[in-house]
Design a protein. Structure first.
Length: 343
């Protein structure tokens, strides 16, 4: 969980929909609920009309991605894949094919910690009703998990599931991808100072007109506490935590982040925040590191140039990647008595 730390005059409005008229040039913002999460856009523009058009374009793109990639919309391309790819190869759009190719790369790189086919297990959990699958149902669903059985044909641009019962979910990086697209749109409108966020994924464009965007990483067990402040410019940031969707039963926390190897929720960390150049990568890595844990996760981050991580482990201890030890880069500022550990 993170949040942009704003001055009073730029603080986010609550609710959704367009801002009240008249719209004035300068700092502008809007928040809507799309893709099941809060989409927030804040930008500086000297031309009020252009600023409104830029925000409109971002919201349209968010809706477009939601309509194409939602597993809950029967008419989405993803739903069509899940209905038909187990029967025969399904022709898909170039955009979807590219995303599935990227997913395979993340899966190989993480040795399966990232796996879109985890959805065969993930769909058995109901976090609103507090229901988890029993051992028999979990075992059966796990047989349908395995990214190597999502078969892509580059020449025909098709996807096929090679195991019965398989399905996929793009939740591992779809919001990060949407934020990337939104940032590109804002640049096309000439916007040089902005941030756009979708739940735990955000992109800072430029700075806040002379100073960095200040992004707070919040305590996974107390949302009112900020445990680290990250000063950022031109950076993507993604946070995955065990507090976003969860229920507890018998002293066990069942949350929406699933280890594809076990079909269960990992319990070695509470939250992972990844910083990098693009949101698709940072969101995917936040999921990978959460599954891998602190040591293996930090080794993975260190092996990829341009990425950094802030991890809160199961004991509440903070761990940072080595990029924060660079004297030329501002280190995270702790605002919590929680112990800190630099890796």
């Amino acid at each position: 969980m993170f949040g942009f730390l704003r001055d009073a005059h730029t603080r986010s409005s609550q609710g959704s929909g367009p801002q009240p008229a008249p719209v004035k040039p300068g700092w502008m913002q809007r928040e809507e609920t799309i893709m099941g999460t809060a989409i927030h856009v804040e930008l500086w523009c000297d031309d009020a009309q252009k600023g409104v058009q830029a925000i409109d374009a971002v919201m349209r793109e968010m809706h477009r991605i939601d309509h194409a990639m939602s597993p809950y919309k029967a008419a989405s391309e993803l739903s069509r894949i899940n209905r038909d790819a187990g029967k025969s190869a399904v022709a898909i759009s170039a955009e979807m094919f590219s995303l599935l190719e990227r997913a395979q790369v993340f899966s190989e790189m993480s040795h399966g910690a990232f796996d879109l086919s985890y959805a065969a297990v993930g769909r058995l959990y109901d976090y609103r009703l507090g229901k988890a699958p029993d051992a028999s149902a979990l075992h059966k669903a796990r047989q349908a998990v395995g990214y190597r059985h999502v078969v892509l044909d580059t020449h025909k641009q098709t996807v096929r599931f090679a195991k019965p019962g398989m399905c996929i979910d793009l939740g591992g990086f779809a919001k990060g991808y949407a934020v990337d697209n939104a940032a590109d749109l804002l640049r096309q409108f000439g916007i040089k100072h902005a941030n756009v966020s979708a739940g735990g994924d955000s992109r800072a464009i430029g700075d806040r007109r002379g100073r960095p965007w200040s992004i707070g990483v919040r305590d996974p067990r107390d949302p009112a506490k900020v445990i680290a402040i990250l000063p950022l410019e031109d950076t993507s940031i993604s946070t995955s935590g065990d507090y976003e969707r969860y229920f507890e039963k018998g002293g066990v926390r069942f949350h929406h982040l699933i280890d594809p190897a076990t079909g269960k929720s990992p319990d070695r960390v509470r939250s992972v925040t990844i910083l990098g150049e693009d949101g698709l990568t940072t969101e995917a890595y936040s999921k990978c590191v959460f599954v891998l844990g602190v040591e293996r996760g930090l080794r993975l981050v260190e092996s990829h140039a341009g990425l950094d991580a802030v991890i809160v482990d199961a004991s509440g201890v903070l761990h940072y990647s080595s990029g924060f030890l660079d004297p030329s880069r501002p280190a995270p500022l702790s605002e919590s008595p929680l112990p800190r550990r630099l890796q």
